[in-house]
Design a protein around this ligand. Sequence first.
Ligand SMILES: Cc1cc2nc3c(=O)[nH]c(=O)nc-3n(C[C@H](O)[C@H](O)[C@H](O)COP(=O)(O)OP(=O)(O)OC[C@H]3O[C@@H](n4cnc5c(N)ncnc54)[C@H](O)[C@@H]3O)c2cc1C
Length: 409
Amino acid sequence: VTEERPENPELHQYRLRAREWLAANIPIASEENPGDVQDPRLERLAEFKQRQQRLFEAGYAGFTFPPEYGGQGLTLEHERVFAEEASSYDMPSTNFGVSINILGATLVAYGSHEQKQAHVANILSGKELWLQFLSEPSGGSDLGGLLTSAVRDGDYYIVNGQKTWSTGAHLSDFALCPVRTRWDVPKHKGISVLIIDLKSPGIEIRRIKQIDGGAEFCEEFFTDMAVPAVNLVGEENEGWRVARGLLEIEHAWVGRGGARTNTASAGVAPIVSLVKRRGLDHDTGVRRQVVGLHVASMAQDLVSARVSDAIAAGKLAHGYGSLLKLGDDIVTQRRAEYALAVAGASGVAWRAGDPDESGWSRDFLDSRSDSIAGGTDEIQRNNVSERVLGLPREPSFDRDIPFNQVPHN
Ligand SMILES: Cc1cc2nc3c(=O)[nH]c(=O)nc-3n(C[C@H](O)[C@H](O)[C@H](O)COP(=O)(O)OP(=O)(O)OC[C@H]3O[C@@H](n4cnc5c(N)ncnc54)[C@H](O)[C@@H]3O)c2cc1C
């Protein structure tokens, strides 16, 4: 499909150079090295950091980032071409995708020159791993209702409170963290965003053990953590703009397929192989289903490319990113559900190390979490209705009253 799409000569040359470079520098993904590990073990992280450094040095990191801060100053088309060429390689994307494309991009958009100089190139090269501290135990969807507090004390903010569901905090170096700096104004008007150095005193990071055996999530407890005031991103009490901008960047990136695992990026190809192995490739019903999934995947990819380019060119509002994320979640779930159905009983129980079967249930579970991570599908639907379709805002009882008068636990 990729080969058949007409491509301008410059982009085609870029593709050929990327293809050659990948073949010479990055190993092909395999069952042992699937390139999309959800729970990056420490020893693999060190290996992936070296790989990310190599990508950075070769100019294959931060495609659309400004050259001034270590980026390539290229277009989303270059990023897409590289991602297509890299899809079968053991790439460090899962480890660094969020750090670069959400946190790095947010810092470029909202950080000071000094903050960008200090961190962006390190983020692109994998030297610094960043994440976001958005969710709190009281709820993640209502980000504006966050309770973690920061009080200015001379050259520092003193931070107290708790965050949760932070992916990979135990392996990370820095976080962007919205905190409440005023309580006597409506909730969106008293938020500020801080850069938190995870190696500083005053923060305790605990891992959360999951039902599937993984432990990639963490919760963080802040006790009088002193954060330098120079770590404020944007203006004090104007952090809602930054936090909302971060979410828009996240939705657009996830929506253009940035967060997909290798299997999901491969569209229906893995399902076609499975169908053949099951001897179902002549079954008309199965063929019809697979074609339907292929059409949905292609449509999502093409819409995503068009809409992403239009957002990047300033022709569409950033709210359109929610449309893409929602579409990507739905198509990924449809594919994963169907693959599990074709795999049948062996999709839920398999012999240890059986390469044919073990991935289907993991893909299925991952596809469910896609509709929660980075904002649930219900929230994306709200965003689409309000920011894309211009429908009335969802009713809110606490939007306009001072936050210290809002009941919360
Ligand atoms: C794989 C994964 C990775 C994650 N990584 C991170 C991370 O690195 N950092 C981080 O901060 N968080 C992270 N999260 C947490 C994630 O952002 C939250 O789970 C998500 O925002 C939802 O918040 P919640 O779980 O508190 O659910 P709640 O906000 O309590 O929502 C519960 C349910 O109510 C629905 N709901 C809530 N409000 C509305 C509304 N206004 N209209 C309609 N329905 C509504 C929701 O859709 C949901 O179904 C991650 C989650 C996952 C699954």
